[in-house]
Design a protein around this ligand. Sequence first.
Ligand code: PMP
Length: 432
Amino acid sequence: MEPSTSKRNDMQVFERNESEVRSYCRSFPAKFEKASGYTMWDVEGKAYLDFFAGAGALNYGHNPPEMKRKLMAYLAEDGISHTLDMASRAKEDFLSRFSRIILKPRGLDYKVMFPGPTGTNSVESALKLARKVTARQTVMGFTNAFHGMTLGALAVTGNKFKRGGAGVPLHHAVSMPYDGYLGSDINTLDYIESYLKDSGSGISLPAAIIVETLQGEGGIHVASDQWLKGLASICKRYGMLLIVDDVQMGCGRTGPFFSFERSGIVPDIVCLSKSIGGYGLPMALTLIKPELDKWKPGEHNGTFRGNNLAFVAASEALNYWQTGRFEEEIGEKARFLSGELENMTREFPGLNGERRGLGLMQGIAFEPGMADRISRLAFERGLIMETSGTDSEVIKIMPPLTIDREGLKRGLGLLEECLVELVDEKRALLAH
Ligand code: PMP
């Protein structure tokens, strides 16, 4: 290591050398060195409880031992690492196991496309394919949606600040109100359909609708099963493809492997990334109904589509899904988490918090400014927890799915301490 890299949590090297674009290191200003399960350690040896899980890339925790063993053995044997989209043993294993353990038992029939290794790569490939198959140009997205930072994905993303980064007009997209956006008594599907059926609406028929079943980045908004079913039937009626972006909510985040399972819908295209690589290794999939797989060989390619280390870890990760036990455990932990969060909102009525979410993707929405403060207080106490929403108004609780009850309790205890401190701060302010 460079002599300048110190065992202290100073940030000089990053401030001097790394672009201003860096963000998480500003929210969590520590230099991390080690991690295991749901614990991370900084260079000074301080432990942090992880309620962030690599933004959803670490559903199985940090350095899960079974995957680590498989990876180490693969490296020791000189297993091939990089293969673009050439065939490899590791990829064959993954494809067969994914079909046997995930797709078949759910009655799903998809061809698997490997785009580049990130979520936004998967989204771009889905948008391109939808346009190619339908020969239409527009894609419908939703208020508060988040689909990634490349131009196509950004065009169907809601956030004004992120959209502003594009530097060019974001075309060929139309944004419609997500479930609940216009209030609980308005079904936004009626609103959407009124545009589609009216030849005077100024909207040309979209190639596809892209949707998150639960908006993770956009403020933890959950679409109801009824709404998702209705959306799928609108897609059928107007010949639009239904793309579910399961980049963050897939791989068990809401309980079942795919987040759309609860509603019974079967999307035409599914985007997966983040935890599909098992160990936090870059990997993404685009799942395509066979009849829509109209790509010509090489029409959408990329150098990093064959990350064999990710295939090895991903195959091993599928063991969690061999039986229904893992999903049940997530459900049990989720019920515990909902109960605790509901209690907290009742215990601190002055904070006007509202519990949101599903599975191990839950949070509490507050007035603007408070969630950021809570995230900072939590960090000081050794809890990594980010915020979500256009105005960062929600604290987002997203631990590894493998966390035990004790870890959940400990993290929630720290969160409660932060809320006590916030109430005291508010009281002190009012007294002045
Ligand atoms: N879609 C969703 C729903 C996401 O949450 C994210 C990342 N937060 C992306 C796409 C983009 O993934 P990536 O950052 O890997 O490009």
